[in-house]
Design a protein around this ligand. Sequence first.
Ligand code: SF4
Length: 375
Amino acid sequence: MSRGAADWLAALRELGDGEPVRIMNVCGGHERSISVAGLRSLIPEHVELVPGPGCPVCICPEEDVYEAIQLALHEDITLVAFGDMLRVPVNAPKREPRSLEQAKAAGGDIRPIASPTEAVRIARDDPQRTVVFFAAGFETTTAPVAAMLAEGAPENLLVLLSGRLTWPAVAMLLDSGKPGFDALVAPGHVATVMGPEEWRFVVDKHDIPAAVAGFTPDSLLAAMYSVLRQLRDDRHFLDNCYPQAVRDGGNPEAREQIDRVMRVVDANWRGIGIIPGSGFELRDEFAAHDARKRFQSYADESRKRVGEMPPGCDCAQVVLGKIYPNQCRLYGQACTPRKPIGPCMVSDEGACRIWWSAGYRDNVWEGRDASEAGG
Ligand code: SF4
């Protein structure tokens, strides 16, 4: 542990014990740092760290993954997607490919990429072939996609956009009246792009302490210290504990490009439903690059019922911080990273996979109120 982290830990302990406090994070990177560094066992016992909606792969609508699979199987295209997306399961019948990985095995030209730059390179390498970039992600992924289009993407490169904004999911939790947390650690990487101001509503509207944090244990511990001290002093504000990277207003150029290329729309979150103003769609000026405009839709009304999590999977409740990953009855039983049932066990940013990789092996479903169980 770094000197800074040890100092913050000592400061946290000096605050002393108190009423139980639940601090939510909304970033897979935060959850990974917390779990890998074992911070839960180091911080004072009355403090609980709750992973919240921080995994874009986990909440990507099932119908969007299905659409990507169908495009790859039925259209003469190359489909590129971030590697995590390839293993995300859909609820198709067993005789059909149930993930992009299986669609690739069935003959689809599907390639994993690590960045939009790779999508551009693949399109430029073969200008006669249509390349569809299945772009699912939060603001930090959506900003480079917007930049790619704003700066002029190759004509043969289309986008199947499934971008989401993080803060509306937190707003939905807070508006529900049962948010399940007393303080928020806000995502530093999102704030780097969009500005920390996006998170002011947490304090201004809901009077809940909030602090923006980076990925390192010392930045996370600094944010935890900030919100615990705010609670102790009953003086709530939005703290920036990642000032090295997060500036007021975020990255103006990236925000301008997002605004120029996309508009904000109501959007579906897998297993959760429609969250107002939480998604992006391409503006009409970029219709030539919109895969949804170029190809017929493979959306099927009869599939709406299967557009949820796989049976028995409590991913939606994990994403919303209602339960911990190991409170799902399938955790470590039928569902492991080698054989994932739900998206939270697929993605590096999914809480189930992070917990399993960090060594949390106990399944505590039996200790849970059965009325909470999903599926
Ligand atoms: S352990 Fe598997 S089945 Fe359970 S919530 Fe996580 S991803 Fe879903």
